[in-house]
Design a protein. Structure first.
Length: 75
């Protein structure tokens, strides 16, 4: 179906010669399809330069000590 007039369309010829196809598509600006640029991959953040580097890291004792037993030993 013709997109302009909605009339019936039919194939009247096939172009099989690759060089002719290339010339026609080049003339129409359709031969070279411009690929979209690949997305830029970013490196993971530099953990050495992370903010708050100077804060002291909690010790394992802070997480492994029972708060009830440590309060008894403080008395």
């Amino acid at each position: 179906m013709c997109p302009a007039c909605r009339g019936e369309m039919r194939v009247i010829a096939f172009i099989e010669d690759q060089e002719v196809i290339r010339k026609i598509l080049t003339h129409l600006g359709l031969w070279l399809i411009k690929a979209q640029p690949r997305p830029v991959a970013h490196a993971p953040p530099d953990l050495a330069a992370a903010p708050f580097d100077d804060w002291p890291a909690p010790s394992a004792e802070d997480y492994l000590t029972d708060p009830l037993s440590s309060s008894k030993s403080r008395r």
